[in-house]
Design a protein around this ligand. Structure first.
Ligand SMILES: [Zn+2]
Ligand SMILES: [Zn+2]
Length: 266
């Protein structure tokens, strides 16, 4: 009976922000988002605030790209709870991202190759290619990868639950496909987009393929009105100045700063 009830009234997907900073220090944690209790989007330093029980419950990790601020807690997660989990942790990303992890991070030198430990037949982690543009449904929750534009191959994710969708850009500079997909998503409620630097650092934004407030304002002109926009990946120490510049460029419907601990239900 309860199963039927859940089918008719599916519980909302709960999205909890574990880290929303471009760096570390004091209250800052790098990119990580927990979906319900079992899906993680990026494994930045925010993952380190989870309890052992919460860490153990994560079955799926989707990575936007290979940069350390987005993957750094993955090696520690596996070392900490790998042996006490019944199943391997499933790590999804595009092929280029997984190749970087295999070659550099879980190389056996920087960290053990947990895709073969303790045995190749029953390892702590398994790699799963999700090509840019691909999607996967896990118990009613749909995760769609969307290509974005960064210095290494990178994607954003569109997360869809029973009550709507939330899009997350990951790290990106000026890009096209991301906005096209968002505009075609009828139930889009929230967009989380990065803005790493100040306008004075526009040149740095361009070479490191991030966004600054003026570039963000131009990007948001590509988005149909409707969804609420939240800003992530702000450089520690520059958060208030970056948000002030954003407010100057976008005086109406000014995006809000994404906060660690913030929860969305969709
Ligand atoms: Zn990056
Ligand atoms: Zn980053």
């Amino acid at each position: 009976m309860y199963e039927d009830f859940a089918k008719v009234f599916p519980p909302p997907m709960k999205i909890r922000i574990l880290g929303a900073s471009g760096g570390i220090g004091a209250q800052a944690r790098t990119t990580s988002i927990l979906v319900d209790n079992d899906i993680l989007i990026d494994a930045g330093t925010g993952v380190g605030d989870l309890t052992l029980e919460e860490l153990r419950a994560i079955d799926h990790v989707f990575l936007t790209h290979s940069h350390l601020d987005h993957v750094t807690m993955l090696p520690f997660m596996l070392d900490t709870v790998g042996a006490s989990r019944a199943q391997p942790l499933r790590v999804y990303a595009q092929e280029a991202t997984l190749a970087t992890l295999r070659t550099h991070l879980f190389s056996g030198e920087l960290w053990p190759d947990f895709s073969r430990i303790p045995t190749p037949e029953a390892p702590f982690m398994t790699y799963h290619v999700l090509p840019a543009g691909g999607e996967l449904t896990l118990d009613r929750r749909r995760v769609r990868s969307i290509p974005v534009t960064h210095v290494v191959p990178a994607v954003g994710y569109l997360l869809s639950g029973a009550k709507g969708s939330l899009a997350f850009s990951g790290d990106t500079t000026t890009t096209e496909e991301f906005w096209r997909v968002l505009n075609a998503t009828g139930d889009l409620k929230h967009v989380i987009v990065e803005t790493s630097f100040l306008d004075a650092e526009e040149q740095l934004s361009r070479v490191s393929k991030h966004l600054c407030p003026s570039l963000l304002a131009a990007e948001l002109k590509k988005l149909k009105p409707g969804p609420r926009v939240h800003i992530t990946h702000l450089m520690p120490g520059e958060e208030d100045d970056i948000m002030r510049e954003i407010a100057r460029h976008i005086p109406d419907n000014t995006p809000r700063r994404l906060e660690r601990g913030q929860v969305f239900e969709l």
